[in-house]
Design a protein around this ligand. Structure first.
Ligand code: HEM
Length: 453
């Protein structure tokens, strides 16, 4: 099918004025949706770069200088984690959700102002949450306010495209497995935000410190990573990656079993049963990878047009990190002594090795076309970003265990290097996406672009 540019196409006879006006409206809507999505993505990139990665690198360099993980303020560590999970990844997910879920569910178009209001409230909430944790000015009032703003923005998203809206045409089909993954992930996000509101109010009432206490933070992190980010990536993987990587059909029952194990693990951690939690989280991760077939060869040619050919390799590498993260969690739990280095390594194997790698790969595969029929600016930069991310993550995970656990003093010198490599990787990713958005679309959106030969 060839799409004809507006100035070369001849208006076909079947196209009456009514159809023409419907097409114009559809194109205008698509342009508005793309502009909204690009705003969410650019906002996420800004959170990723400055409040997220820059603060993370700063923290790691300070820890390495003092050779002590507990030497820096827990508030700064939590501010970094929040900017990465909620400022970066969740902002991407909200934008992609507003753009794609109504299309996938064939819903009636929603009023776009809702997506813009959600963006405004969410951005102010996340920025306020980060700023007040770094500079605790009037924090007893601003910390709960920021948490409430984030929850309100999420609820606006949820009522706009959530389960209350049914499909416009015909009886609804039974849900596919990826939909369950997305629903569980959305519930994980909602639970994280509710927990955050409750804890912020509790801290404000006590008035002693604005940092989440360690015990609560450990549970909260399991909910926001394994309970929210992980099933969301599984949902995206089951929906899109089977096709993009040319994998054989999804083993739906195995994916549902993996989701059940993951949910059980998150609930167990929430109630403090970390031994059980770590075991079932690992089993869930292995189950999901097997269900989608990442560790098997592709049966069809992977769809890599416009992106780097290494895309399938990095997606598989990401799933290896998921399994490594789960295994390190078990080691940390059963190690017998305090294991900050192994917990930290497990967390970054998950967040950098798995989540960030999947966002880099899938994001650069789908976002250019979602954002107004563009193509990725540079497949070579895509490769460079992913290769550096994997290198930085490998150095980070290995040296964090050796340094923090006191196994090898030289590892303290490797940690800052790993941080700088990871920072270079995320900067390359941000440049490639921003450059893609600045370039004109391959097919200029216009009323006649839908005439086909
Ligand atoms: C890009 C380079 C990154 C660097 C240099 C970095 C650095 C750090 C450091 C130094 C800590 C303190 C605890 C520890 O040492 O383990 C930390 C914690 C954390 N990081 Fe990262 N990080 C990076 C990327 C990410 C990404 C991409 C995510 C999530 C998508 C993330 C999420 C977290 C979380 C959730 C915590 C724990 C926060 C808490 O204790 O509440 N980090 N990071």
């Amino acid at each position: 099918m060839t799409i004809m540019p507006a100035d070369t196409a001849t208006k076909p006879k079947w196209l009456d004025d009514k159809t023409q006006s419907l097409m114009d409206r559809a194109i205008a809507r698509e342009k508005a949706l793309s502009a909204m999505l690009m705003t969410y993505i650019l906002t996420g990139l800004l959170f990723m770069l400055l409040p997220g990665t820059f603060l993370g690198v700063w923290n790691l360099i300070s820890i390495s200088k003092l050779q002590a993980a507990e030497a820096i303020s827990p508030g700064w560590i939590q501010a970094h984690g929040h900017a990465q999970i909620f400022g970066w990844v969740a902002t991407f997910i909200l934008g992609i959700g507003f753009y794609s879920i109504p299309k996938l569910r064939k819903m009636k178009p929603f009023s776009l102002w809702r997506a813009w209001v959600c963006w405004g409230i969410w951005t102010v909430g996340v920025l306020l949450r980060w700023s007040v944790t770094v500079w605790p000015w009037h924090w007893q009032m601003l910390l709960p306010a920021a948490s409430l703003l984030e929850l309100v923005a999420f609820l606006l998203f949820f009522i706009t495209i959530g389960p209350a809206h049914s499909a416009t045409d015909g009886p609804s089909k039974p849900w596919e497995a990826w939909i369950y993954a997305v629903i569980l992930a959305t519930s994980g996000l909602m639970l994280s935000l509710v927990l955050q509101v409750l804890e912020s109010f509790s801290l404000a009432r006590q008035g002693a410190s604005l940092a989440f206490p360690h015990e609560f933070d450990q549970k909260y992190l399991v909910v926001s990573t394994w309970g929210f980010l992980v099933p969301m990536v599984w949902g995206f993987s089951a929906r899109w990656l089977t096709v993009f990587l040319g994998l054989r059909p999804l083993r739906s029952k195995l994916l549902l079993a993996a989701l059940a194990a993951n949910t059980m693990g998150v609930i167990a951690a929430l109630f403090g049963y970390f031994a059980l939690a770590t075991i079932v989280l690992l089993l869930g991760g292995i189950g999901a990878a097997l269900a989608i077939g990442f560790f098997e060869p592709s049966v069809k040619k992977p769809k890599v047009a416009g992106i780097h050919v290494s895309f399938p390799f990095f997606v598989r590498f990401g799933y290896v990190w998921l399994v490594v993260a789960g295994a390190l969690g078990i080691w940390a739990e059963f190690n017998g002594t305090l294991s900050p280095g192994i917990w930290g390594a497990s967390r970054h194997a998950l967040t950098v090795g798995f989540i960030a790698a999947m966002v880099f790969s899938v994001g650069q595969r789908i976002l250019p076309s979602f954002c107004g029929m563009r193509v990725l600016a540079s497949p070579k930069l895509m490769f460079a970003g992913l290769a550096l991310l994997m290198l930085g993550c490998t150095l980070r995970v290995a040296s964090e265990i050796c340094a923090y656990q006191g196994y090898a003093a030289w590892a303290w010198k490797v940690l800052p290097i790993s941080a700088l490599i990871e920072m270079t990787a995320v900067t390359i990713f941000a440049i490639n996406l921003a450059w893609t958005f600045i370039r004109p679309p391959v097919v200029a959106p216009g009323p006649l672009q839908m005439y086909v030969e």
